[in-house]
Write a protein that binds this ligand. Sequence first.
Ligand SMILES: *Cc1c(COP(=O)(O)O)cnc(C)c1O
Length: 365
Amino acid sequence: MSTFIPAAKPIVGDEEREAVDRVLRSGMIAQGPEVAAFEQEFGAQMVGGRACVAVNSGTAGLHLGLLAAGVGPGDEVIVPSFTFAATGNSVALAGATPVFADIDPVTFCLAPESVEASITERTKAVMPVHLYGHPADMDGFAALADKHGLAVFEDAAQAHGATLHGKPVGSFGAFGMFSLYPTKNMTSGEGGMVSCATDEIARNVRLLRNQGMERQYANELVGFNARMTDIHAAIGRVQLTKVDAWTQQRRANAAFLDANLEGVVVPTIAAGATHVYHQYTIRVAEDRDRVVAALREEHQVGSGVYYPIPNHRLDSLKHFAPGLELPETEKAAAQVISLPVHPSLTPGDLERIVHAVNTVVKAGA
Ligand SMILES: *Cc1c(COP(=O)(O)O)cnc(C)c1O
């Protein structure tokens, strides 16, 4: 019996353990110098030196980013429906209305044409997601932003290090958010990083993260406690030194899958883009759930479905989109399977994944 190959596997080494120990021994474990260093290092390495603000989750990063950029009640923000619920949730949490638009069937990312068709006089911004680690069409959104006077924000939760025309994601919009949850391409345990285009947005995120205070007890506005701890930042700083090598390994794993899978649609990379393969997502033409079950039960290969229910159909969000039909989103939600692509896979694991998918898909044809 072969061992199970999980769909995702966080990698934590001795360096992370030592970094946590160093912080614990220092006696100062809340937000402090490690967080400041992490923000500095992340900004320099990931987003061309932009001001970055660390928070305690990616979701908090989106929420605070939206508030910091002035989104509030009465505003509409156009988002994809084919994403993790946090994208639309953050808009609702900011008191605004998430408006769901359709995706490009090739990249699975928000489609500018569908966004343009959804613009109203209340539209304040568009917030594409760099889904699965593939950059969204930022040229298309920049053109729409110019034409209609919109802001652009980025949900880069899954796309640490992805680029478009050589420019890193998270450096296009007024703000961009990276998640540091354990299954993402790098982690701090829990956490998020907000990359900010202006000092004003960065200052607002800092205020909102800490009860509206820049100086102790001089509260300027009503804020949250969304602070990252130095324990988490210490883990994140170590992971930051490893993520580029992990991305190279993800790309090599993806190249092997591209070259060897049969009978399925493999990921396509848009012109000028680099993909960081947070997920390696295929489409199958037949009963997707049968394929997922057979991979697991007959071949001990884990996989994931991101995302089976379009966000505009979730009980929590559907009241924002009565009667909305998004054909490409519905189709993708029924057809996608994400295969393991994480950097811990061995060459033997990759062979097993290919054999399993090819066998299961052939049996259903
Ligand atoms: C993970 C994720 C988030 C939220 O990040 P958390 O750190 O889990 O709060 C938001 N958007 C997308 C697309 C994600 O994948």
